[in-house]
Design a protein around this ligand. Structure first.
Ligand code: 8OZ
Length: 363
């Protein structure tokens, strides 16, 4: 099958993308501990500007929302200033870039929180796995359940972060409601044991993701807001599945569809794992949402072509392939091989394994 279909432009409502190949959000842990990017990030993102849409690495909306050392933020003026360099460079190179807004909830450690406080979550249920702190990899700390009255403050943090992202010159924002972080912790009954209007029924558990998305859409217009979901992901935070995955995510997708968002982005399987899309009807989610759909997780060239050609997806987001192939779009066009970046360069460090991957040369 010809790859031509991947090289047609389209509109994600108001976001005009030049092709169907997106750069998925990738945590690289190369900012300062203050969450401010160095100039390396300007090179990193602008090298990848031929992607139809860059989605930034997950970016903390508040210190409370931070779960990993050296991840960037969007809650101070210094954050905004550092990101302006990135958006200007990407735009100059002809690209489009949206910021992924992130609150990790319970997937954090007291040492990353103000005054060593406990991380917050829907319920005081500890996550598993590890988070990355100044001491290395550690298990997440026991979280504290949010009071109902505190939740409006979290929504405000998202709203302020969305405003700052706008000041920083992005083309839009993506709400991170995937991978076991705060919004997914509210959504799933495995991590939400609340008895107020944010817990219990599917409608109640979906309330915070929807209220956050609405708040962000008030800042940007819904036509520049996307959202990422991962119904099957369990690895980050050792987050168990919801007990009625299809109903819960189907309800959420329908509600999000009514907001007329720019796009729905789905991790179709296990994050940092194999694609297991057969285990879930992602087409039904796309239909329930009714708008543009971005597929992600373990896609290769052929599967990406097939996904767009069949109407399964409007765009395909590539994550790990974008680490070692800044010119992934050109490689897909030329059917050139992809470089497999070593895993030890994924998180932390400097220029090496970040901005030093060569572009493919057809000559
Ligand atoms: C891997 C390591 C750290 C963070 C995600 C933000 O999965 C992440 C992440 C992934 O969404």
């Amino acid at each position: 099958m010809s790859a031509d279909i991947l090289f047609s432009s389209t509109m994600l409502r108001s976001i005009d993308v030049a092709n169907r190949i997106a750069m998925a959000p990738l945590t690289r842990s190369r900012a300062g501990m203050d969450g401010v990017h160095t100039p390396l990030a300007v090179d990193y993102y602008s090298q990848r500007a031929s992607s139809g849409l860059i989605i930034t690495e997950a970016t903390n909306i508040s210190q409370q929302g931070r779960g990993y050392a050296y991840t960037p933020g969007i809650y101070t003026d210094a954050h905004v200033e550092a990101w302006i360099w990135v958006t200007e460079a990407v735009h100059e190179a002809g690209g489009r870039i949206v910021m992924q807004l992130w609150h990790v909830g319970r997937v954090s450690h007291a040492s990353l929180q103000a005054n060593g406080a406990a991380p917050v979550a829907p319920s005081a249920i500890a996550g598993g796995g590890t988070v990355y702190t100044l001491a290395g990899y550690e298990p997440p700390s026991m979280p504290r359940a949010l009071d109902t009255e505190e939740i409006s403050g979290i929504i405000e943090d998202y709203r302020l972060a969305a405003r700052r992202a706008k000041e920083a010159g992005f083309d839009g924002v993506e709400v991170h409601a995937a991978n076991g972080y705060l919004l997914e912790q509210f959504l799933r009954d495995s991590t939400n044991a609340r008895e107020d209007r944010y817990g219990g029924t599917i409608e109640n558990r979906a309330r915070l993701p929807i209220e956050v998305t609405r708040a962000v859409a008030e800042v940007w217009g819904p036509d520049r807001v996307g959202i990422r979901l991962s119904p099957l992901a369990t690895s980050i935070g050792a987050t168990p599945l919801d007990s009625t995955t299809a109903d819960t995510y189907g309800y959420l997708a329908r509600q999000l569809g009514e907001l007329k968002l720019a796009y729905l982005h789905c991790v179709e399987g296990q994050t940092v794992g194999d694609n297991a899309a057969d285990a879930f009807d992602f087409k039904a989610l796309h239909t329930a949402f009714g708008g543009k759909y971005m597929a992600n997780n373990g896609y290769d060239r052929q599967r990406a072509i097939a996904a767009v050609a069949s109407g399964h997806a409007d765009m395909v987001a590539f994550g790990r392939p974008y680490i070692g192939n800044p010119d992934l779009v050109e490689r897909i066009r030329a059917n050139a091989p992809w470089f497999d970046a070593p895993a030890d360069c994924y998180y932390g460090g400097g220029a090496e394994g970040y901005i030093d991957f060569p572009v493919f040369s057809s000559g």
